[in-house]
Structure formats: C-alpha cells, structure tokens
Design a protein around this ligand. Structure first.
Ligand SMILES: *[C@@H]1O[C@H](CO)[C@@H](O)[C@H](O)[C@H]1NC(C)=O
Ligand SMILES: *[C@@H]1O[C@H](CO)[C@@H](O)[C@H](O)[C@H]1NC(C)=O
Ligand SMILES: *[C@@H]1O[C@H](CO)[C@@H](O)[C@H](O)[C@H]1NC(C)=O
Ligand SMILES: *[C@@H]1O[C@H](CO)[C@@H](O)[C@H](O)[C@H]1NC(C)=O
Length: 466
C-alpha cells in the first residue's frame, strides 16, 4: 500500500514539475512582454507630443472653417510624385515603425535632411516613378530634379543683426518685414523703403476699439532674392544689387535661380537665416514687393495680439492673413500655378495667401524645424500651409488682409485704406501716394475700425481688433 502510494507520488511529481515549470515560464514571458510594451508605448506617445510627428491633418482644438481631414491622397497605389516622396519620408520618420530611432528624434536636425535625401533617392530610383517623372511637363520636371536640394549658399548678407542698419534699441523689434523681390524691381524697393517698410522706431495708430495707449515699435526690413543670370535679364546687373546692399544693408540673396517654382526656397532658407542669425523680432511679415501695408495699424494690431496672447500663454502658433479654405490644385495647363496630377494628388491644406502674411518669430523657428521633414512643393504659400498642418497649427483669417484687393465700391469709400492692414497689387507710385494719403487723412479717419467680413458686419459685432 505504502509502496503504491509512493509510486503515485512519483508519478504526480513527474507530471507536475514540467507543468509548474511551464506555468512559471509563461508568467515570466507575459510579464516581460507587457513591461517592454509599456516602455515602448510611453516612448512612442512622448514622441507623438513632439513637433516631429503628427497624424496627418488632425486639428487639435480647430475652430476655423471646415477643412478636409487629410489633404493629400495617401493611397499606396497613387503614382503622383510628391505624394510618393512624402509617403516615403513619413515612413522614415514614423516613430511607431521605428521606435529604436525615437529617443534621438528631438536632436537630429542634420539627420532629418539626410532622410529627405534618402527618401528622394529611394523613390526616384523606382521604374514606375521614372515613368511618371518623364511624363511631367518641363517646368515641373525641372523643379522635381532639384527639389531635394536646399543648401544654397548666401551671396549677399544684410547688415548687422537682422539687416537694415540695426542700431542700439531699447526693446526687440516688433516686426521684421521679409519681402520677396527680384533684381529688376528697384522702384518697388525704393517705394517700400520710404513708406511702409521704413525701419527704426515707428508710431502705431489707434484702431477703433483698441485701448487708448498705442505707442510704437521698432521695425526691421530685409528683401529676399535668388539669382538671375545675365542671359535671362539681357544684361548683368549684379553690381547694382551689390551697391544697393552696401547702401541699404537690407539685401539677403542666395545662390539659386530666382524662378516662380523656386519661391519656396525663399521660405525655407529665410526660416533658417531667421532661426540662426536674427532671433529677436517678435513677428515676421512675409510678403510680395507689390503690396501696400498699413504699418501704423499693423503695429497696434500686433501689440494688441501680443497682449491677448500673453494672458493666454503662447504665440508659438500665431499666423494671420488671408486664409484660403479647401483649395484644389490648378489643373489648367497654361496657368502659372499649374500642378499636374502626375505630380500631386489631393486637396491643398488651409493656407494663408502668400501676398502678405504675418506670423510670430516662435512659429518661424518651429516652421524651420518641421520643414526638414516635408518635401518642397512648388507653390510657396501652399508649402507653408503643409508645414502648419504638420505643426498642428492653423492660420487665422483676418478680412483686413486683402490679397485679392477691394471691390471697386469699397475702395471708393472714405477712409477705406485706414480699415485695412494689407492690400495686394499696388505699383510703386501708388504705394507712395497711398502712404501720403493715409497720413494726411489720419485725423478724420482715426475712428474707422478694421475691415470686417461683410456678411458678419452686424451692429452688435465688435471690430475684429477688439
Ligand atoms: C484644447 O481645448 C481644451 C478645452 O477647450 C483645453 O483644455 C486644451 O488646453 C486645449 N488644447 C490646446 C492644445 O489648445
Ligand atoms: C531652382 O534653382 C536651382 C539652382 O539654381 C536650379 O537648378 C533649378 O533649375 C531651379 N528650379 C526651377 C524650377 O526653376
Ligand atoms: C528646433 O530644433 C533644434 C535642434 O533640433 C532644437 O534645439 C530647437 O529647440 C528646435 N526649435 C523649436 C522651436 O522647436
Ligand atoms: C469708434 O469708437 C467710438 C467710441 O469708442 C464710437 O463712438 C464710434 O462710433 C466708433 N466708430 C466706428 C466707425 O465704429
């Protein structure tokens, strides 16, 4: 009996030992896996909070006009060149797919650019893509051939810090005017320098609804140039630009060809210059050299924004201008803006018209960083919109930015130019006349509020500046 009992015990032990062992092994494995998952997930989620990776077109707390959720078509089978390139680079940057790279994400700006190159080389080496490439119109092909390049050297530097004869100033400049120009537009620059783009201390003017005290602010200015060859211009004027730079100290020129599709380079290279060489200005105005800006009112408007935002915390997402909702690419072959389906598919993101837009210096530095993860796009203001979406930020529309001009009737109204911050397409002569005009009518027009949307101009609505 006892023997039999013993044998039973032995059998039990024989059977149970592996059982227990397996159970322990199982528990151990489960624990290890769950711990690892946890640490991976926390790594990933901390990266999702970093500015380097954001879900496509998601809008945190977005209250503007309704926009499509994602702007470009992200189908694997889409053979549009830009979409393929961006998909490839997004894959390289995605911390969910590359958790091992994720802890270096924040300090890898040089790596960023190499990832752009990597994705470019990988995608353009594919047969399917080479076919698409060959079918693109000449101008787009020219763009696409050089779109991975951004390291163009500076040919002419502005004077001192941030250009235009910076002197000892008691406070940081409020606005840096960064104006896209081309070599032959001497007259435009001349007009701007003596009117709305004048540097130094500039007085702000009261906006109806703003607080009594307005004061003024320091202004800086820089003109942005590519290079135009003597063959294109029919003559060599580079010595004139050098002389202009010497005299005014407000020329920033890079060594790339100054064409319409290369304008985006003026954004990314300007952001780089601004982030490294000109860190003081609180706001950047980026616009064309054929606009009229109501600088005294812009000063008051921005000081007011600053005050409002200081109470709310941050200016790092501030961008204001003429915001264009859900635009689609221009598919008309003869248009200057023509973008064929072989290059880009999808809608455009919300963006502020490039004629004139204002954003905070902090945002300019964030745009500089994020732009290293986004392939260049030939339309400059659309590209800025793409960068904004990746920052999870959105431009704010203000009807006082008229990048598409007044209606004739509205322009004829008295004090119309006192109600705007910017209007596009004014000749140098008109700019000079308008400047003299708003100064001479300042007294009688000082109670005019900033322009509001006609639809929303109910009597109860306060002016947008309020
Ligand atoms: C979004 O809105 C919520 C509530 O309205 C607020 O608590 C939160 O701070 C906002 N987030 C951002 C990033 O603005
Ligand atoms: C942009 O500039 C580069 C450098 O000068 C030039 O090679 C390229 O052709 C230009 N791109 C376009 C679209 O004009
Ligand atoms: C931009 O990136 C650099 C280096 O990666 C970092 O030091 C800096 O804080 C970033 N700036 C902003 C505004 O995110
Ligand atoms: C400007 O403000 C004053 C007082 O704040 C008000 O009486 C006047 O009607 C306003 N003008 C306009 C055009 O809104």
């Amino acid at each position: 009996m006892a023997r039999r009992c013993c044998r039973l015990k032995n059998i039990l032990i024989c059977m149970c030992t592996p059982c227990c062992f397996l159970t322990f092994l199982y528990i151990y494995a489960a624990l290890t896996i769950s711990l690892q998952m946890n640490s991976m997930l926390s790594k990933v989620s901390s990266n999702l909070a970093s500015p380097h990776f954001k879900a496509l077109g998601s809008f945190r707390n977005y209250t503007g006009p309704s926009v499509p959720k994602t702007f470009w078509e992200n189908h694997q089978e889409s053979d549009a060149l830009w979409n393929q390139l961006q998909r490839s680079v997004d894959h390289l940057f995605n911390p969910l797919l590359h958790p091992e790279k994720s802890n270096t994400l924040l300090e890898r700006s040089s790596l960023d650019e190499s990832l752009l190159h990597q994705s470019y080389n990988k995608v353009t080496a594919m047969d399917r893509v080479r076919d698409t490439f060959e079918k693109l119109p000449k101008q787009i092909r020219e763009f696409a051939r050089y779109m991975q390049r951004r390291d163009y050297p500076v040919l002419l530097h502005p004077d001192g810090e941030c250009g235009a004869q910076s002197k000892q100033e008691k406070e940081p400049p409020l606005i840096l005017f960064a104006i896209k120009s081309t070599v032959l537009n001497f007259k435009n620059r001349h007009a701007i320098r003596q009117t709305w783009g004048r540097i130094g201390w500039v007085e702000g003017w009261r906006i109806n609804g703003s607080d009594g005290e307005v004061g003024g602010a320091y202004i800086r200015r820089v003109f942005l140039f590519g290079k135009e060859t003597p063959e294109e211009l029919g003559m060599d004027v580079s010595h004139l630009l050098r002389a202009e730079s010497k005299r005014h100290g407000d020329i920033l020129q890079w060594d790339f060809q100054d064409t319409f599709f290369n304008l985006t380079l003026k954004d990314v290279l300007f952001w780089s210059w601004f982030s490294h060489r000109c860190t003081q200005p609180l706001f950047v105005f980026k616009g064309d050299d054929d606009v009229f800006v109501n600088t005294p009112k812009l000063i008051t408007f921005l000081k007011h924004q600053l005050k409002q935002h200081q109470t709310r915390g941050t200016m790092d997402e501030f961008m204001v201008g003429d915001v264009i909702g859900s635009a689609t690419p221009n598919r008309v072959k003869r248009s200057k803006y023509f973008i064929p389906e072989g290059f880009y598919r999808g809608r455009y993101p919300v963006y502020a018209g490039g004629g004139g837009v204002v954003y905070s210096g902090g945002l300019a530095r964030r745009l500089h960083n994020i732009s290293k993860t986004i392939h260049l796009f030939p339309i400059d203001d659309v590209y800025v919109g793409m960068c904004m979406i990746r920052l999870n930020a959105h431009p704010v529309h203000h009807p006082a930015f008229l990048t598409f001009d007044f209606t004739e009737k509205e322009e004829a109204e008295p004090c119309s130019y006192h109600s705007i911050l910017l209007v596009h397409k004014r000749s140098p002569r008109e700019v000079v006349e308008l400047w003299a005009d708003i100064r001479s009518t300042r007294e009688q027009c000082q109670d005019v509020p900033l322009r509001a949307d006609k639809k929303k101009t109910l009597k109860t609505t306060p002016p947008p500046s309020a």
